[in-house]
Ligand binder design. Structure first.
Ligand code: PRX
Length: 636
């Protein structure tokens, strides 16, 4: 690999300029010098946002696992690739070297083949944060199967929806998972989901919690036995640059979750390049991202980006609170973590516990602190900076999305300045802009608008699985020839970006994207519910929490009880998962509506946020009287 690290401000400015003046030359140069290809591309970039169609490195042939594993064997075969830290601190850490990873991925790839998986088939992965998760992802990539990882906190129903949407033929799961002091019956959830999925032919089961589970004859197989008998040599499938690498679901404002499709070459180049630069990774660093591989952060910055750079990447199975709130810092000390990447919601939860959980640990190995998933508030930023970084480790506030595949706006540690609550400057190659209500681009600084990207970057998602029309409507229709992010942002006097939050009906709770529509659908299934509307309100730990306004069919006081609240939350739990449960439920005789019948969420949002003085004129509503009732009974 060439040294593609940007190490000073002058270089950032120069490289940024060349990356936007001649993007094709810029990315071609990075691609040539830093990766191995079976065949070079015919063209670097072909794009048309109006269709939309984006192709990077068209005609190139490669396999991403050769770039993430094989090419490191000669130079760093005995270096730890994956450092697995189990849920229980008394269980031994596993150090999987690049040599071992190579064998494990090949064995797994052979098992997939033997079980009938072919190039282009979709494989659902529903696993806890154990090494098999990263290995199965890479095994799919080895043989050209498209992985669709579903976060193992989702319910059977949510899992079934995702399996059916992309017609997965196999699911890889475990008997169960550990989560702090609790265990979760993953296989039970899978069995329930599969009652609704006829496309699944095979279920591979990893042993983790050693629980007694049902194994369905002819369908379910123990992974361990299959792996034991498989060869550890598996030639990598030759993939086209634009062949899909994976599908990952993310919530939209309405309807089904969107299966974002990421393709091979562009995704590899961009995640590798951003990883190296945003984290300023050095050869002997131990890097830790606390996300789950079930989310894009885990795909790009636990698996692909770090491994493409030959890094040591930590996989942590547990939770920050087990066995106590010092666990993160214990791991940092134990493995001398250099780069620590987490979410604001975790930072706030840890800050609340006070500093005594930190004091006993040596955090001096940390050089870089990262934040991702939601805006980081000023208080959390300072706590992180003072207590974890000891004011010497730059905080990178990385803004990006499932759809962008890689980090888009961030500072670069010790290269570009940081500023609390600001993601700061666009990353190399990223042409960000702000748009006003009249579809004009806002020029200059000190402006606020909707955040768009004007030019393709290599890891942009290429489509929504099975629904290109929705892809076009969601991302390329609001503003001509621009990718619309769904976020609002402002630019300060020197060009730093601050993300102000979603401008659509997506609510980010503890860093998880939640669409209001599927939650409302779940609530409306309750036999007593007539109608519902969900909005977000500020929450000290979660950043944002859910407030539900619910109208019951039979308006009688006796219905407005905590049992009904519990039942509604249980329904949400079953349909989506515990992350989507409501913090507050207010029963109301009606919801404020426009004369055309549209629910006025803006008003409900203001009430939930205790900003009733900013409601504006409500007299034109269909039912203005209901607003007063809702304010009077609001849950504060
Ligand atoms: O609203 C932005 C918020 O998270 C959304 C993307 O969520 P998801 O696809 O789940 O990916 C999260 C991890 C990359 C964005 O549209 N978001 C993400 N990072 C930040 C952020 N908001 C503010 N600051 C951030 N650093």
């Amino acid at each position: 690999m060439s040294n593609y690290k940007i190490n000073n401000l002058q270089k950032y400015n120069d490289v940024y300029k060349s990356s936007v003046n001649d993007p094709e030359k810029f990315w071609e140069d990075i691609a040539v010098k830093n990766f191995i290809w079976k065949k070079k591309w015919d063209s670097v970039l072909e794009w048309d946002f109006s269709k939309p169609e984006i192709k990077w490195f068209k005609g190139a042939k490669l396999n991403i696992t050769e770039n993430c594993i094989d090419r490191h064997l000669k130079v760093r075969g005995d270096k730890t690739a994956i450092l697995f830290e189990p849920n229980n601190p008394d269980e031994e850490t596993q150090y999987i070297t690049y040599n071992q990873l190579h064998k494990k991925v090949n064995k797994f790839a052979n098992v997939l083949k033997q079980e009938g998986v072919k190039k282009g088939d979709r494989v659902c992965i529903y696993l806890p944060m154990i090494p098999e998760l990263a290995i199965s992802v890479l095994a799919c990539a080895r043989i050209g199967a498209i992985h669709s990882v579903v976060f193992a906190g989702f319910s059977a129903n949510a899992l079934a929806t995702r399996i059916n949407d992309s017609k997965c033929s196999m699911i890889i799961t475990a008997d169960g998972s550990f989560r702090g002091a609790k265990t979760i019956d993953l296989k039970g959830i899978v069995d329930e989901a599969l009652e609704k999925c006829s496309c699944i032919k095979n279920v591979l089961v990893a042993k983790r919690i050693m629980s007694e589970i049902n194994m369905k004859n002819g369908r379910d197989k123990w992974l361990e036995t299959l792996l034991y008998n498989a060869s550890d040599q598996c030639e990598a499938e030759i993939m086209d640059a634009e062949d899909p690498l994976f599908i990952l679901y993310t919530s939209g404002s309405t309807g089904m979750p969107k299966g974002m499709v990421h393709t091979t070459a562009g995704y590899m180049v961009y995640t590798a390049y951003t990883f190296k630069n945003a984290f300023q990774y050095n050869e002997n660093d131990v890097y830790w991202c606390t996300a789950d591989i079930g989310w894009i952060t885990g795909h790009s910055y636990i698996v692909y980006g770090p491994l493409a750079n030959g890094a040591t990447t930590v996989m942590f199975e547990g939770v920050p609170s087990y066995p106590n709130y010092g666990r993160f810092w214990n791991i940092v000390e134990k493995h001398k973590i250099s780069q620590f990447y987490t979410a604001p919601t975790a930072i706030r939860a840890l800050a609340k516990q006070g500093s005594h959980f930190i004091e006993n640990y040596d955090l001096s190995s940390i050089n870089v602190l990262g934040s991702v998933g939601e805006p980081i508030n000023e208080e959390a930023w300072h706590w992180y900076n003072d207590n974890i970084g000891k004011k010497k480790s730059p905080i990178i506030d990385t803004w990006w999305q499932t759809e962008t595949g890689g980090i888009m706006i961030t500072s670069i540690p010790n290269v570009t300045p940081t500023k609390p609550t600001f993601a700061t400057l666009p990353f190399i190659g990223v042409q960000a802009c702000l748009m006003d209500e009249n579809n004009n681009e806002l020029e200059g600084n000190q402006v606020e608008g909707k955040l768009c990207i004007k030019f393709p970057w290599p890891s942009i998602a290429r489509t929504i699985w099975g629904n290109h029309k929705r892809y076009k409507e969601t991302y390329f229709s609001a503003f001509k020839n621009k990718y619309f992010t769904g976020d609002g942002a402002l630019r300060d006097d020197v060009g730093n970006y601050r993300i102000t939050g979603r401008v659509d009906d997506v609510i980010i709770v503890s860093g998880h994207n939640l669409g209001t529509a599927p939650i409302e659908d779940a609530i409306n299934e309750h036999p007593m519910v007539a109608e519902s509307a969900i909005v977000g309100f500020p929450h000290y730990i979660k950043g944002c929490a859910l407030y539900g306004y619910i109208t019951l069919k039979n308006v009688s006081e006796s219905n407005h009880n905590d049992n009904t609240r519990k039942e509604i939350n249980e329904l949400i739990n079953i349909r989506i998962g515990p992350i989507a449960k409501l913090d507050k439920i207010q029963f109301t005789s009606g919801l404020p509506k426009t004369r055309s019948g549209k629910i006025m969420r803006r008003i409900l949002r203001k009430i939930a946020c205790n900003e009733t003085s900013k409601l504006g004129d409500t007299s034109t509503l269909l039912n203005p009287e209901v607003v007063k009732e809702i304010i009077d009974n609001a849950l504060m």
